[in-house]
Design a protein around this ligand. Structure first.
Ligand code: 6PG
Length: 262
């Protein structure tokens, strides 16, 4: 793995703008290079503003929607129209407003029983993969992080963190009153991403961000810290609040930037 880049933006709004610009630029470069753009989206509150920005000018015009394919990092096992549905969130904020072909939506079917949804998602991933592979290399893997260090639906102490074969698993985890039955992508799929982009905002995440970048050797049990792209890039986009407790000296292999500032 190469250098990990931490990019600090002043606030949640500029974080979302920076992420939208990164999404559009990554999409255009992927379509130029390989003819299609495969993106993984996440749930939670943090990416909501990003999805709204992508749905409107100028970002909506910059994304090659016809060649864009959307996958999800995880899903809560609830009906599509339930407030906790990650697909429902993206449908309402983004998909209603952009010309993404219906066939390019590779959602996790949260309305099924968790194991059936994981198996169906594994088939969906295999269908998008080169012959003989279980999943495609994803151009952009957009991830959030919980205050406990979980990412996607990979939770601290959960058995799914150790999975190296299955691309998707059913898990159960209570977090913040959100639906507990979930389906998640596993580490090998996330690590195969060409660009893994964490979006983290708010002071509630500052202690975990500081832990991850303060003592990397002690973070084997922190799912977000375990996502280390094998041949891709890793960027953490933070707002000032989430970055507030970062150590003054960062570990070797971690570079810090403040985009937009001289
Ligand atoms: C989901 C997720 C999850 C999320 C974090 C952060 O629950 O669907 O994909 O991993 O990214 O829980 O959520 P917030 O952005 O709401 O803090």
């Amino acid at each position: 793995m190469g250098v990990t880049r931490i990019e600090i933006l002043p606030d949640a709004e500029s974080l979302a703008h920076h992420a939208a610009g990164t999404f559009a630029a990554t999409a255009a470069a992927a379509v130029d290079a390989r003819g299609r753009f495969l993106a993984v989206l996440s749930g939670g509150g943090t990416p909501q503003r990003l999805y709204e920005l992508l749905a409107a000018e100028p970002f909506s015009r910059r994304v090659p929607w016809a060649s864009t394919h959307l996958f999800w990092s995880d899903e809560r096992c609830v009906p599509i129209d339930a407030p906790g549905s990650n697909f429902g969130q993206v449908r309402d904020t983004l998909l209603r407003h952009v010309p993404l072909p219906a066939a390019n939506v590779h959602r996790i079917r949260g309305e099924l029983a968790p194991d059936a949804a994981a198996a169906a998602y594994a088939r969906e991933l295999a269908d998008a993969a080169p012959h003989g592979r279980a999943w495609p290399r994803l151009d952009l893997v957009l991830l959030g992080m919980g205050a406990d260090g979980h990412t996607a639906s990979l939770f601290p102490g959960g058995a799914a963190l150790a999975e190296r074969m299955a691309p998707a698993l059913a898990v159960t985890a209570d977090y913040d009153g959100r639906p507990a039955r979930r389906v998640t992508l596993t580490l090998p799929v996330l690590e195969d991403g060409r660009l893994v982009l964490f979006l983290v905002s708010g002071d509630g995440k500052a202690a975990m961000v500081a832990h991850i970048f303060g003592a990397p050797a002690a973070t084997e049990s922190v799912p977000a810290a375990r996502v280390r792209p094998r041949a891709g890039a890793l960027r953490w986009l933070l707002d000032e609040e989430a970055a507030a407790a970062l150590p003054a000296s960062l570990p070797r292999g971690v570079a810090l930037a403040r985009p937009g500032q001289p």
